[in-house]
Ligand binder design. Structure first.
Ligand SMILES: C=C1C[C@]23C[C@@]1(O)CC[C@H]2[C@@]12CCC[C@@](C)(C(=O)O1)[C@H]2[C@@H]3C(=O)O
Ligand code: AKG
Ligand code: FE2
Length: 348
């Protein structure tokens, strides 16, 4: 990746050709007919509602999630402050060519001929090393917010796992590692500046997350869209203080395809700067994920081979949206379709 890919999007008056996408007749779902669920986690029916959302859309929003609202606001402020730094300053913390953490263009950029209208900052583990480069003398507030945010998101992710697995009749005894400490996670801060030609630009191209689940906070600007076979693309509208939850590829594998990892993307707009923060939650690094034996039998053989998170991230880096097929064991039976085999979907 050369520095010329790092255009300062905040100061562009025209969309450069490098960022102009051919959007071929995107299919949009009929307005409001099949909305993404909003689930109150204090609802006595929450487990059932979560299970239904995971089977149908693979994405839902949650309210009463227990994450302090002032922490959500502080996190958004920390992201705004980071992306408002001069480009040369941000490049001090640039992601290394084969690295994971740091500032840079979307990692999936290499699969597309055009660049995306966004910038990102990935944090894996401690934020200190990068934060010191961004703010040599005043990085402690940023680091405190990140650490508190990670702590709260971890708690929520464990609670969501209980609901998601519980709805399939799976207990924490069946998945001992899920209740252990040591699960891995990454934090992805995304910035989508206002864009002079939003209809020809792409904020973040269509992808599924390689996680068990992802918890996303978006500011009050629309842009996130989710895809469902037969419905098309639907906007997941920002709801004040709600959080978006995506089923990731590893939960799809664990559930032997019962839960759908959702294909999603981020669009941009002409007037508003959009920010989002994704908490990408996965299993402990040494754990092999495979379809739960409770969910398989003679009629429902395991559809995927065992894979660790890092092995799967390697497959994603190589095969991108075909990574799931690359670890698949057997062909679909009785017309059962692997909901994340999006070979027919226009990615971008
Ligand atoms: C843990 C991870 C998931 C992720 C790759 C990463 O190592 C850190 C960044 C994550 C992210 C965020 C934006 C979309 C995505 C596809 C990408 O390019 O980087 C995801 C990756 C993923 O889920 O595969
Ligand atoms: O910004 C968004 O709404 C989506 C971000 C996302 O999909 C990601 O970070 O994985
Ligand atoms: Fe994502």
């Amino acid at each position: 990746m050369t520095n010329q890919n790092y255009l300062d999007l905040n100061s562009m008056e025209e969309l450069p050709e490098s960022h102009a996408w051919d959007h071929e007749s995107p299919s949009y779902g009929p307005l409001g007919s099949d909305p993404v669920a909003v689930i109150n986690l204090n609802d006595p029916n929450a487990m059932k509602l979560v299970g239904h959302a995971c089977k149908t859309w693979g994405v839902f929003q949650v309210t009463n999630h227990g994450v302090p609202t002032n922490l959500l606001e502080e996190m958004e402020g920390a992201g705004r402050e980071l992306f408002a730094l001069p480009i040369q300053q941000k490049l001090q913390a640039a992601r290394a060519p084969n690295g994971v953490s740091g500032y840079g263009v979307a990692r999936i950029s290499s699969f597309f001929p055009k660049l995306m209208w966004s910038e990102g900052f990935t944090i894996l583990g401690s934020p200190y090393e990068h934060a010191r480069k961004l703010w040599p003398n005043r990085h402690s507030k940023f680091c405190d917010v990140i650490e508190e945010y990670n702590k709260e998101m971890n708690k929520l992710a464990q609670r969501l796992m209980l609901l998601m697995l519980g709805s399939l009749g799976v207990t924490m005894d069946d998945v001992k590692w899920a209740s252990l400490q040591g699960s891995s996670a990454a934090l992805q801060l995304n910035s989508y500046p206002a864009c002079p030609d939003p209809d020809r630009a792409m904020g973040l191209a269509a992808h599924t997350d390689s996680t068990l689940l992802t918890i996303l906070h978006q500011n009050n600007t629309s842009g996130l869209q989710a895809h469902k076979e037969g419905t098309g693309w639907v906007t997941v509208p920002p709801i004040h203080h709600a959080l978006v939850v995506n089923v990731g590829d590893l939960l799809h594998i664990l559930s032997n395809g019962l839960y759908t990892s959702v294909l999603h993307r981020a669009m941009v707009n002409r007037t508003q700067h959009r920010f989002s923060v994704a908490f990408l939650y996965g299993p402990p690094s040494n754990i092999q994920i495979s379809p739960l034996s409770k969910l398989t039998d003679k009629g429902h053989p395991p559809l995927y081979r065992p894979v660790t998170w890092s092995e799967y991230l390697g497959a994603k880096a190589k095969h991108f949206n075909k990574a799931l097929s690359s670890v698949r064991l057997c062909a679909p039976i009785n017309g059962f379709v692997d909901a994340t085999d999006h070979n027919s979907v226009q990615v971008g």
